[in-house]
Design a protein around this ligand. Structure first.
Ligand code: KG4
Ligand code: ZN
Length: 328
């Protein structure tokens, strides 16, 4: 049995996890920084980096203790090396390098997006390649054909905002606070989407790309008009986003060739209404639908450890750089 220690610190979650090649999460700890960033309505990079620096080492020690293990028991140390907020990524990667050097274990530098992209395989051992992945998070909105580990074909991406960003801005506009996605989802349940007409940018266009900037502006106009209930606005925004995701994913399915499943991952994949709509789309195409459990959708270290398991045998040099931008 092989075990990998995973470290994640690219945004506002400080996280460590121990995962085996038998798909068992032996231990995992996540320290959320929501409280520290809430007064600012979004993540403040400098505050995030300092919090990671303070918390990461004790968090790793606690995770190892939870599993009754020491570094001597792990086979490799995997850490997010980008993309993300550079201060936080550096804290995680430098810590991983120090641990790798001290314990003489291989360092595996993981692309955070690959962590999200492979996370469904940690939860579902039957999920084989290739699969069509809708990756929706705070920083990204992409349709990827996942052909294998390290083999990602990008079929579509957002030409402006990420969907998580649109959820967070809608939340801010409606005074729902930070983080916004779950709050918008809750409020949307009480509203009627039909009462607020909103656009569906790029729906029907040939390439499976996304655009959410115009939708965001329309939400703002609906709010300042004073004619609509906040719950109706939240419901209408979420429905417009779902209609875009479904139309674009359907388009990608038609162009992708044979796939084993329709898969969703990333923080926004925690949204139940989005999951249900994608499940229906998969059924329409006779495909299984795979979505990781909620805790594996938002940022976590188990997905980084799992990507390390998928990459076992790789050993990255100790001068591997932290990368603020790193396309898959
Ligand atoms: O993957 P993630 O944890 O961090 C990034 O790598 O970006 O994604 C965070 C994003 C945030 O924008 C958050 O508002 C959104 O995921 N999110 C949601 C939900 N839960 C988290 N969006 C919609 N509905 C949710 N239930
Ligand atoms: Zn993420």
């Amino acid at each position: 049995m092989a075990t990998v220690l995973g470290i994640e610190s690219s945004c506002d979650e400080t996280a460590a996890a121990l995962v085996t090649d038998g798909r068992v999460i032996l231990a995992q700890r996540i320290a959320s920084q929501d409280e520290a960033h809430r007064p600012y309505g979004g993540v403040v990079p400098e505050i995030a980096a300092r919090a990671h620096a303070e918390r990461l080492t004790p968090l790793i020690e606690a995770t190892l203790a939870d599993a009754g293990m020491t570094l001597a028991d792990v086979d490799a140390i995997a850490a997010t090396a980008g993309p993300g907020l550079i201060g936080g990524v550096m804290v995680g990667l430098v810590t991983a390098k120090a641990l790798a050097m001290a314990s003489d274990k291989p360092l595996i530098a993981i692309n955070h997006l690959e962590g999200h992209a492979l996370s469904p395989r940690l939860a579902d051992e039957s999920l084989g390649f290739p699969y069509l992945l809708l990756l929706v998070s705070g920083g990204h909105c992409q349709l990827l054909l996942v052909e294998g580990v390290g083999r990602y074909r990008r079929l579509g991406t957002t030409i402006d905002d990420a969907l998580g960003e649109a959820f967070d801005k809608t939340a801010k506009l409606l005074g729902l606070g930070y983080p916004g996605g779950p709050a918008v989802e809750r409020l949307a349940r009480e509203g009627n989407a039909k009462r607020v007409p909103l656009p569906r940018p790029l729906v029907g266009s040939a390439e499976p790309h996304f655009s959410f900037a115009g939708l965001k502006s329309a939400v703002m106009r609906a709010k300042v008009s004073g004619h609509h209930d906040d719950a109706d606005i939240a419901a209408a925004f979420q429905q417009a986003a779902i209609d875009c995701l479904i139309d674009r994913s359907r388009r990608a399915l038609h162009g992708a060739g044979p796939v084993s499943a329709l898969v969703v991952a990333g923080g926004v994949a925690a949204n139940q209404a989005i999951r249900s709509a994608l499940e229906a789309l998969a059924a329409e195409h006779g495909l299984p639908f795979v979505a990781p459990p909620l805790g594996l959708c938002t940022d976590n270290a188990a997905m980084i450890a799992w990507a390390g398991i998928e990459r076992l045998g790789q050993s990255d040099p100790l001068d591997t750089p932290a990368r603020p931008r790193w396309p898959l």
